[in-house]
Design a protein around this ligand. Structure first.
Ligand code: AMP
Length: 249
């Protein structure tokens, strides 16, 4: 069974996102970009299936500009067998990515797509769900455990206040949560080997997919600065302030 892992190139999670001066988006110029952390977890899950003999091939896919090749090389260094870049300069929204992934699924025929539960830049949490709907496949989101069976998978999901275990039929789309695994680091020899692994470049046009944005981004702004708090001396003072200043009791 082939496993497809979509990986997104995002602003590194250690870098504080700031709006561009004209509020038209998030400033990315000159800043470190990395693989979306949830996609590293997805890649790790796929590689473990390959190592365990449950997957035959792991294919990493990224949609976006040419610079995404760097993210795909990281995926190859982590253990993906080959990579596909769907190259475009158009700003991609989740529906467009889901349509591109659907076209790649038709080409590659994987038995499982493991994606991140959300990209930490747009926080959309939509692509996996849209993909499974477009394909008519089973889906299990926020996975903290995936156990593959014969044509089925048991997926434990992180839900409010607990865990839920689903049995789903394959093929399926599963999205990863933080506790699924701890991704490995790429070793230097594997980074060198990754340079020789196949990385194919396609375009949305060659896949026959319309990626025109459906939503218009109006502006990106910092949240209002929080006012500093104060320390009260005792409970009596707290009650007095809540009653007479905040007027909430
Ligand atoms: P989102 O719906 O944008 O929060 O993204 C959820 C997941 O979809 C990510 O963790 C990735 O696995 C995948 N994804 C989103 N955008 C892209 C992209 N441009 N290229 C490849 N995978 C993507």
């Amino acid at each position: 069974m082939k496993v497809l892992v979509p990986v997104k190139r995002v602003l590194d999670y250690n870098i504080k996102a700031r709006p561009k001066a004209d509020a038209s988006g998030v400033e990315l110029a000159g800043l470190k970009m990395s693989m979306n952390p949830f996609d590293e977890i997805a890649m790790e899950a796929a590689i473990r299936f390959k190592e365990g003999g449950q997957a035959s091939e792991v294919i990493a896919v990224s949609c976006g500009p040419q610079a995404n090749q760097e993210t795909l090389r990281t995926a190859l260094a982590l253990g993906a067998d080959r990579a596909v870049l769907v190259e475009t300069e158009v700003e991609l929204q989740p529906l467009a990515v889901a349509k591109l992934l659907k076209a790649l699924v038709a080409r590659e025929q994987p038995g499982l797509v493991i994606c991140g539960k959300q990209a930490i830049d747009d926080d959309a949490n939509q692509t996996g769900q849209m993909l499974s709907a477009l394909l008519g496949w089973s889906q299990a989101t926020f996975a903290s455990r995936i156990e593959l069976g014969e044509g089925t998978a048991l997926v434990t999901r992180e839900i409010d206040g607990g865990l839920e275990t689903l049995s789903i039929r394959l093929p399926a789309v599963v999205s990863t949560d933080l506790r699924l695994n701890e991704p490995r680091y790429a070793t230097l020899p594997n980074i060198m080997k990754a340079k020789k692994k196949p990385l194919e470049t396609l375009t949305p046009e060659s896949l026959g997919v319309d990626i025109a944005p459906r939503l218009t981004l109006l502006k990106v702004a910092e949240p209002p600065a929080r006012q500093g708090g104060i320390k009260v001396d005792d409970v009596a003072q707290l009650l007095d302030k809540l009653k007479n200043e905040a007027k909430v009791i």
